[in-house]
Design a protein around this ligand. Structure first.
Ligand SMILES: Nc1nc2c(c(=O)[nH]1)N[C@H]1C(S)=C(S)[C@@H](COP(=O)(O)OP(=O)(O)OC[C@H]3O[C@@H](n4cnc5c(=O)[nH]c(N)nc54)[C@H](O)[C@@H]3O)O[C@H]1N2
Ligand SMILES: Nc1nc2c(c(=O)[nH]1)N[C@H]1C(S)=C(S)[C@@H](COP(=O)(O)OP(=O)(O)OC[C@H]3O[C@@H](n4cnc5c(=O)[nH]c(N)nc54)[C@H](O)[C@@H]3O)O[C@H]1N2
Ligand code: SF4
Ligand SMILES: [Mo]
Length: 755
């Protein structure tokens, strides 16, 4: 089977113009250097998946029917055709007619079914005894134990002494049910999700700037832009199909990539700006300075649709290109040249991801990007926007419907009218709705340390690998009286720590919806039976409610689709209004539907926000938000002279690898050993040879890795994939003060040859 339609030939200029002083511009060499192994580039993987063993059907499996589903890994939200035999999935192809991916998929999508078959799947609940040994128990015992212990802790220490950690990786209906049962049913006050590690900064930035968490774009903007600016984003690896959409752009776009490392994406850009880690804020203030000094502004847009230009203009006066050259690592000429390239193009779009969000000053950096879009009127029109790309398949669902930071449907726990509305709509007594927002993830963890949180229920996230500063985190987790972990696999770093482990069905084994980066709600379907006694998260939550004696509150929550219908009226009057969507079938037939969607007769396939220039603040105007930059919390120093960056390293590897490590094909496509990228000159000084084993140390821990010597990372910096569990032994638990998102991408380390 092949991969369906390949994207058309590139309309993108392929010259790599790395303009920073001192770095070489050898595109071919760079192409080979930036790869962590001698494997294929992502674009080769996407364009000829069959060559790499992706999408192969077992010979015995002759499908007798097909159905559709959206992919359950990244937030791109590709449509897949699932091939069925006797109602069970036997293979899949990338959907040609789905508006997101147009017949393409990346390796993870092709292998989405393969990762479901593994001896590491949980097939029964497990209970840990006092000696720490886990043994299989039936659901009745597991649920009795779980709800009994939770009730017991709550009786002794108060309702808020038990918290939950949700996720952006389960269906919207499941996370809404989880958040509702935990808070309205079990009386928990605190619950957060792994979206804190990922999207909190974008959420906070949008709320303050636009008045609502509203990424404004449609993927079509990638094709309709004249100039695309990617900031701290590596879509070639992390959102390969979005990158394919960029290559379909027929407008010869300028592509500017701002990333300290010369990534696969940076190599394909027309301009790569290797900014100093966290220098982006000053860089964007300097761009604003140049735009204002030259009066390259959209005065009509600014006057009609924004608030605060005078104060912002006065603020950026000092951020001249000369003043920031040192802190950004970008020369004044290059800053001016970048400004000129941006202003000479009519449709400019800005795209940012974790290089921005995971920073001690992430919120203000995201807003500095938003400010530039506002100054130039690049919003609400085709090919424009200040666009945060989400990460997990349902990060957007989690932002609106997890009932953690926001009350269901993007509401505010502190707002009495909102609580009334939700209570009435769901027929739940209003006094069951907390009148305060949850503690943030980091505060929940701190709460354990301070004896405030005694019990924790973790669903579909693996923080014993992914949370920052693991040494400290594991110590804190060990202080809990009671830990429940609900995961597809019983072997994750977090699952093995649990007092009670609950085996969950995964993608492909249950129904529901995900919301992708462009706000498109897509349908996922049950096409396989879950192994053993594993249950969909939806059913587990329902059982927890029954065993806790609060099932009556949720009588209407009978199925994912029933919950979807319950959530719809909650969105009335909200920017994310979805009352025009009739049902699941409507979603399926339409190829997914983007919010807002108020009117069922609206048949536009794609929609972007703010075409009318009206933002979500009461006065309809967007805000310029800014603040003086703050120093790096842990700059490189004499003892730890290198700055460690972390992130994604391969299109075939997902996060903590619980899923992608289960596919033999994916394992072959990604480096298996832990490695650290180090600059050629730094390696020479340390007398390191390529592939030599080294020890990377920070103040918090040390790990072994192979040296990957490359000029694609600047001197003084090293990079390690987040996929290896050692990486977060090194990272430092610092957070953006507004979003409370962890700053995973800069701490001080040193490196030595292994003795
Ligand atoms: N294959 C694969 N795809 C994924 C995922 C995965 O695990 N594997 N995860 C998904 C998720 S949840 C997310 S959130 C996204 C993340 O997607 P991305 O954010 O694109 O991925 P990262 O590699 O974390 O970070 C992007 C880049 O930020 C750069 N960076 C670090 N510090 C700075 C800085 O100070 N300034 C600038 N400008 N850049 C900096 C890094 O060098 C890196 O290349 O990917 C999603 N897609
Ligand atoms: N150093 C460093 N650390 C990072 C990052 C970084 O860039 N650098 N990035 C951060 C980011 S952006 C993110 S999003 C996080 C991701 O961190 P995690 O959320 O911890 O990563 P995953 O491996 O995706 O964990 C998801 C878990 O849910 C399970 N699962 C999958 N589907 C289901 C389901 O349907 N039901 C249930 N019950 N379980 C399921 C999987 O088996 C897996 O154990 O990592 C963060 N950590
Ligand atoms: S790009 Fe993302 S959504 Fe599309 S197939 Fe790959 S992992 Fe799935
Ligand atoms: Mo993420």
């Amino acid at each position: 089977m092949n991969g369906g339609d390949r994207s058309q030939e590139s309309g993108v200029k392929s010259v790599t113009a790395t303009v920073t002083k001192g770095s070489s511009s050898l595109p071919d060499r760079a192409r080979s250097l930036l790869r962590a192994q001698d494997g294929p580039l992502t674009r080769e993987l996407v364009r000829a998946p069959d060559r790499f063993g992706l999408g192969q059907l077992p010979i015995s499996a002759v499908p007798d029917a097909t159905t559709t589903s959206v992919c359950g890994f990244c937030s791109t939200g590709c449509g897949l055709n699932i091939l069925l035999k006797d109602h069970e999935a036997v293979g899949l192809t990338a959907a040609k007619d789905y508006p997101v991916n147009l017949g393409m998929a990346c390796p993870k999508g092709w292998e989405a079914l393969a990762v479901l078959d593994s001896p590491e799947r949980g097939t029964t609940p497990l209970l840990k005894n006092e000696q720490g040994k886990r043994s299989a128990v039936d659901w009745d015992t597991a649920l009795r134990t779980m709800t009994g212990r939770i009730r017991d802790i709550q009786e002794r220490h108060g309702n808020e002494s038990v918290a939950f950690l949700s996720t952006g990786q389960i269906a919207t209906e499941e996370m809404a049910f989880l958040g509702a049962v935990a808070k309205f049913g079990l009386g928990m006050i605190h619950g957060d999700g792994n979206t804190r590690q990922c999207m909190a900064t974008a959420v906070t930035a949008y709320k303050e700037s636009f008045g609502f968490d509203a990424p404004p774009y449609a993927y079509a903007d990638l094709e309709e832009s004249d100039c695309l600016v990617f900031v701290g984003a590596n879509p070639c690896i992390a959102h390969p199909i979005l990158w394919e959409r960029v290559t379909r752009n027929r407008r010869s776009p300028e592509i500017i990539v701002i990333d300290p490392r010369r990534t696969e994406t940076a190599s394909a850009a027309t301009l790569h700006l290797p900014v100093r880690p966290k220098g982006d804020l000053e860089f964007f203030y300097a761009l604003a300075n140049v735009f204002i000094a030259n009066d390259w502004l959209d005065h009509d847009f600014i006057a009609a649709h924004t608030h605060g230009i005078e104060a912002f203009a006065a603020f950026v006066k000092d951020f001249t290109p000369d003043a920031v050259a040192e802190s950004t690592g970008i020369s004044p000429e290059v800053i001016r040249d970048t400004a000129n390239r941006i202003r000479s193009r009519e449709r400019v779009s800005f795209w940012w991801t974790m290089g921005v969000n995971q920073s001690h000053q992430g919120t203000r950096t995201a807003q500095a990007i938003i400010n530039l879009a506002l100054l130039t009127g690049n919003i609400g029109k085709p090919g424009t926007g200040a666009n945060s790309i989400t990460g997990q398949c349902n990060a957007m669902g989690s932002r609106l419907f997890s009932n953690t930071t926001n009350l269901l449907g993007g509401h505010d726990f502190k707002n009495a009218a909102h609580r009334e509305k939700v209570a009435r709509s769901l027929d739940i007594p209003v006094d069951r709705i907390p009148n305060q927002p949850s503690l943030a993830y980091s505060e929940i963890i701190e709460g354990i340390l301070r004896d405030r949180i005694k019990g924790l229920w973790i669903i579909a996230t693996n923080p014993a690998h992914s949370w920052i500063n693991q040494g400290q985190f594991k110590d804190i987790l060990g202080r809990l009286d009671f830990l429940v972990v609900q995961d597809m696999y019983s072997t994750t770093e977090t699952a093995v720590l649990a007092d009670v482990y609950l085996p969950a069905a995964g993608w492909g084994e249950k129904d529901g919806t995900f919301i992708n980066s462009e706000r498109r709600i897509g349908l996922l379907k049950k096409v396989r039976k879950a192994p053993g006694e594993a249950l969909a998260d939806f059913h587990i939550v329902r059982l927890v409610a029954e065993y806790a004696g609060v099932g009556d509150l949720f009588r209407g929550w009978t199925s994912p689709e029933a919950v979807f219908q319950l959530l719809k009226p909650l969105t009335a009057g909200q920017p994310c209004d979805i009352n025009g969507i009739r049902d699941y079938r409507h979603l399926d037939e339409a190829g997914g539907i983007q919010w807002p969607y108020r009117d069922a007769s609206d048949d536009a396939v794609e929609r972007r926000l703010f075409a009318d220039g009206r933002f979500h603040h009461a006065d309809g105007k967007a805000r310029f938000v800014f603040e003086a930059p703050r120093p790096l919390p842990e700059p490189a120093n004499q003892r730890y002279p290198l700055t460690l960056l972390t992130g994604r390293s391969s299109a075939a590897t997902w996060h903590t690898q619980t899923r992608t490590s289960k596919s033999a094909v994916l394992r072959k496509l990604a480096p298996q050993a832990a490695y650290v990228e180090i600059n050629t000159e730094d390696a020479r000084e340390l007398h390191l040879k390529p592939s030599q084993h080294v020890v990377v140390e920070s103040q918090r821990g040390s790990v072994r890795a192979k040296a990957f010597v490359t000029s694609a990372i600047p001197r003084g910096q090293v990079f390690m994939p987040m996929h290896d569990s050692g990486t977060n032994l090194l990272t430092d638990a610092v957070f953006d003060p507004y979003s409370r998102q962890p700053a995973y991408k800069a701490c001080a380390v040193r490196l030595r040859r292994e003795e």
